[in-house]
Design a protein around this ligand. Sequence first.
Ligand code: TXA
Ligand code: MG
Length: 317
Amino acid sequence: MSEAKIKKITPESLEEAADLLRRGQLVAFPTETVYGLGADACSDEAVASTFQAKGRPQFNPLIAHIADISWVDSFAVFSPSARKLAEAFWPAPVTLVMERKPDCPISLLVSAGLDSVAVRYPSHEGARAMIAAFGNPVSAPSANVSGTVSPTTAEHVFQSLGDRIPLILDGGPCLVGVESTVLDVRADKPVLLRAGGLAVEEIVEKTGLDVLFPDKDPALPRSPGQLSSHYAPRLPVRLNALYPEEGEAFLGFGAVENATLNLSEKADVREAAAHLFAYMRLLDKPCYRGIAVSPIPMNDLGLAINDRLKRAAYPRS
Ligand code: TXA
Ligand code: MG
């Protein structure tokens, strides 16, 4: 395939994207969290080509993206907690894992053969406009090669998948910068499968729901696709560093000295989340021998940042 075209979001580029999706092709598009690699969620072939383009293991299910809450009724079951969360937050950076309806038209490849489906209604206007123009659910993992740092600009997508897809819609840098929070909402209490762009504190405060953490209870469901090594730059990553060692790049947070780049000088975890992946890419250069990262607090989006950093630092074979 020839190189991907990068196009700003206009009525014409949205129509082109919808048309490519209808023809079973892949389109990268911006969301508020990271760029997604979109495909027709109801087409086995289109979804299969997503796994192929990313080199993603087929046991890791994808998220179905929608452009209106009412779309859910045609393919998944709202539990009471799912309803509550959707009404409180959607559109937002939170993905809800629901039970598939028996006649669910969404490809089983999206669910990796499970009887559940992950649903996300993104708040990014460009994303919603593209999904609405297509008119059906769009499956979309992050638009990068599996295991590598997620893309937060159209240029990042181009670097990763530019030779494998026809079109990248450019909506500028993603404002949240870490992937959506994933909650299994099939039971009364939501289970946190992935910390992400909607803070657990906000979920608890706004809904009164008790969020459960699988790492604290082995009986709870776990994310099928969360690999120990993920979101990884080429260089080794060293966590909770107070200063850089010889030859390391230093990704700082707060009032630290000698930072090569600082995620947030004012120690704001939301600003840090928005910078995280772009700065990891900028520091992933052969002139350094590793990336040392400041400690990041565990509150608010700090939970998601620490999750991504832990996986980025995980020893690779
Ligand atoms: O912010 C996001 O969520 C971005 C944008 C593009 O929307 N998408 C994204 O997709 O991060 P991906 O494929 O990189 O991550 C999807 C996560 C994985 O951890 C996967 O295991 C989980 O959602 N997931 C998907 N379907 C699931 C299911 N049926 N049950 C449990 N977890 C599921
Ligand atoms: Mg991903």
